[in-house]
Design a protein around this ligand. Structure first.
Ligand code: FE
Length: 347
């Protein structure tokens, strides 16, 4: 009797232990992230401290993450996906890699134009920081007033001066998607033709290469995301500071529609095994503290309007009027944008 009781007790203990371990296993969040900044670790540690949910991080660039999600399909362990640019987030959405989320916190904190997807079923992705696409110009060879708008870059007066990265890169597709929304397709196609006619060199390299091209004088004017400019401003490297001294920048379209804005954002994965934790994590990213870490990690602005960050480079660049185009529209228009680029020979 006492022996069988001992067996029962042992069995109960085992069951409790197993139950505990299953529970502990459940208290995790699998995060697929295209971000990799030092401040992100603080962000994750803080979330774990507040919620007890441990974060398993898988980091890769945006394309590698998308490929992985497609391959894993229904068996994907991904809970939350962090990516950059509305063009990429929208693509992942239409491929069915996300699921709609209804959350009072997200709806109250993230402005409507920075939430992507069909609002009827709940947004599918949320911008957590914003970046601007700015115009940089050579202070010696170009007059600021000649390059004050995106449209002006396609003007014949800037012939032989314009540099950009590939037109098919998400940063360019999103900019052009926003232009289609503001100006319509025919005007945007004319603009793309004007850009091709004005190239100083065929599109190549990243945004930092465009800034360096402007500094060296090979390009008179170029497009770059604001955080590349801010990063060079803050850089301890002498060559970065020398380059940035030769370059001026403008907030484009201040007299009209405002400067083009894009997002780094996140979503809950379609088959998230830990859905509740995933929503909790997205909500956490809208907190004042998380917003500051998230934005500062890459010299960006918080998506939550009430949050301000102390970033000397961004503060030095000053305030500007931002374009008010919905990120969903920017995403949807990228198909039309790519067609326009192909017809214009904008590689
Ligand atoms: Fe970038």
């Amino acid at each position: 009797m006492s022996i069988s009781l001992r067996y029962v007790a042992a069995a109960v203990l085992l069951a409790v232990a197993a139950g505990t371990s299953v529970h502990a296993q459940d208290n995790v969040l699998n995060l697929y992230s295209a971000r990799h900044y030092q401040t992100d670790q603080m962000l994750y540690d803080q979330f774990t401290k507040q919620t007890g949910i441990r974060i398993n991080r898988i980091e890769a660039d945006d394309n590698a993450l998308l490929e992985r999600l497609r391959t894993e399909g229904r068996n994907s362990p991904a809970d939350v996906i962090l990516m950059v640019d509305a063009a990429r987030l929208w693509r992942a959405q239409v491929e069915g890699l996300f699921q709609p989320v209804r959350s009072k916190v997200l709806e109250e904190r993230i402005p409507q134009n920075l939430r992507g997807g069909d609002e009827g079923q709940g947004a599918q992705w949320f911008g957590f920081s914003t970046r601007a696409r700015i115009i940089v110009y050579n202070k010696v060879s170009v007059k600021r007033e000649d390059v004050a708008t995106y449209e002006s870059l396609a003007d014949p007066k800037n012939k032989g001066k314009v540099c950009t990265r590939s037109g098919s890169h998400p940063y360019m597709l999103s900019l052009i998607g926003a232009m289609i929304e503001r100006n319509g397709e025919p005007a945007t196609e004319k603009w793309a033709q004007g850009m091709v006619a004005n190239f100083a060199r065929p599109p190549r390299g990243g945004d930092t290469d465009q800034i360096n091209g402007v500094a060296s004088g090979e390009c008179g004017v170029a497009l770059a995301n604001s955080y590349y400019y801010a990063r060079m401003l803050r850089s301890p490297r002498t060559e970065d500071r020398e380059a940035i001294n030769k370059v001026g920048f403008v907030w484009p379209n201040q007299e009209t529609t405002g400067t083009h804005i894009n997002v780094a954002g996140g979503a809950v994965a379609r088959n998230a095994p830990h859905r509740e934790a995933a929503v909790k994590f997205l909500e956490y990213l809208t907190s004042d503290e998380a917003q500051a870490y998230f934005a500062n990690g890459n010299n960006e602005w918080p998506a939550v309007p009430a949050v301000t960050v102390k970033n000397p480079a961004l503060q030095g660049m000053g305030k500007f009027k931002a374009e008010n185009v919905n990120v969903t529209a920017i995403g949807k228009n990228q198909v039309a944008a790519q067609k326009i680029l192909d017809r214009a020979g904008y590689k």
